[in-house]
Design a protein around this ligand. Structure first.
Ligand code: MTE
Length: 301
């Protein structure tokens, strides 16, 4: 399955989706016009993955710090100050400290990754992210051999994040991965979409993306990463421990207590929108099933 582009994207001056598609088509040796002119923005070298549009990806969001409605993040996240931005990396690392976002970027290779994205609410998209592997960021800090888990934290700034003035969730938003999940090459920190800086509503300036897990694991606007030897608490698990487990791997065979996970509704698509089968590990079983060998995925949901 074509999961990733091989090319790296260094320039940040791609101006719009059409230009991006043209560029992609040129890289793939196809006629730029043919692809740019086709509706639905089919990815040239991943024909089975039909990209969602910029408008869909940036206009239909979950980011409870800006409200619980799907349009609230696009409406309210503009006020978030994302520069300067530092990411504290601490815990079981050799070089703990505050890492400036610009310094991080200067050391990372930005790649394009086209991933399926499956929300636990049973909607899905296909997103062309730009970002770098989390493993490379953790290497900067130097992982100690005693580390077993990685904990993540979103910015806490109620002045700019109005949702944090309500108790709908326990703030700040926190998430966690097992270390081997964090080091899997599919796990990225996204800094862009369609070759542009990632918009605030999608988690600027950097957010986690773990494509084989339900979307809530992909924590946005990360300010802190802590290497630990114990499984860290996670926001949705605290909110509903029977409904949201630590692992939260996409699994069509393990239903949410209140709805089926067997199928999903692709966002967008208009007249052609139809429910589609949900894939084990969201289609990434070849890459990640081995991480869970011997585990009972119904118990460790
Ligand atoms: N991160 C933070 N800090 N706050 C949130 O409310 N929502 C999660 C996840 N990351 C969320 C978050 C959920 S439920 C989903 S489905 C995805 O972000 C949505 O990402 P998207 O809006 O880019 O599609």
């Amino acid at each position: 399955m074509a999961l990733r582009w091989t090319g790296t994207l260094k320039d940040r001056d791609v101006t719009d989706e059409a230009a991006w598609l043209n560029r992609r088509a040129l890289l793939a040796g196809l006629s730029g016009l043919a692809v740019a002119g086709a509706t639905g923005a089919r990815a040239a070298d991943a024909p089975e993955l039909e990209l969602n549009t910029w408008e869909e990806i940036t206009g239909y969001n979950n980011f409870y710090e800006f409200g619980t409605g799907k349009q609230d993040p696009a409406r309210n996240a503009g006020q978030l100050t994302t520069s300067p931005w530092t990411v504290t990396i601490d815990g079981l690392v050799d070089r703990p400290g505050d890492y400036a976002f610009e310094d991080i970027l200067s050391k990372m290779t930005i790649e394009e990754r086209i991933y399926r994205f499956r929300c636990v609410e049973a909607w899905s998209m296909v997103v062309p992210w730009n970002g770098f592997e989390l493993a490379d960021l953790l290497d900067l800090a130097g992982i100690r051999s005693s580390a077993r888990y990685v904990a993540f934290e979103t910015l806490l700034r109620p002045e700019e994040m109005p949702g944090q003035n309500s108790r709908v969730l326990d703030w700040p938003y926190v998430e966690g991965l097992r270390l081997d999940e964090a080091l899997n090459p599919l796990t990225i920190m996204a800094t862009g979409l369609y070759g542009k800086d990632i918009p605030n509503q999608n988690g600027a300036p950097l957010r986690l993306v773990v494509p084989w897990k339900y979307g809530f694991k992909s924590i946005k606007s990360v300010v802190k990463i802590t290497l630990t030897d114990t499984q860290p608490p996670t926001t949705w698990n605290k909110a509903g421990p029977r409904e949201y487990g630590f692992y939260s791997n996409v699994n069509p065979e393990v239903d949410h207590p209140r709805w089926s996970q067997a199928t999903e509704q692709r966002v967008g698509g208009g007249l052609f929108a139809r429910r589609q089968e949900t894939l084990m590990f969201n289609g990434y079983a070849d890459e990640v099933a081995g991480l869970y060998a011997g585990m009972d995925l119904e118990k460790d949901f």
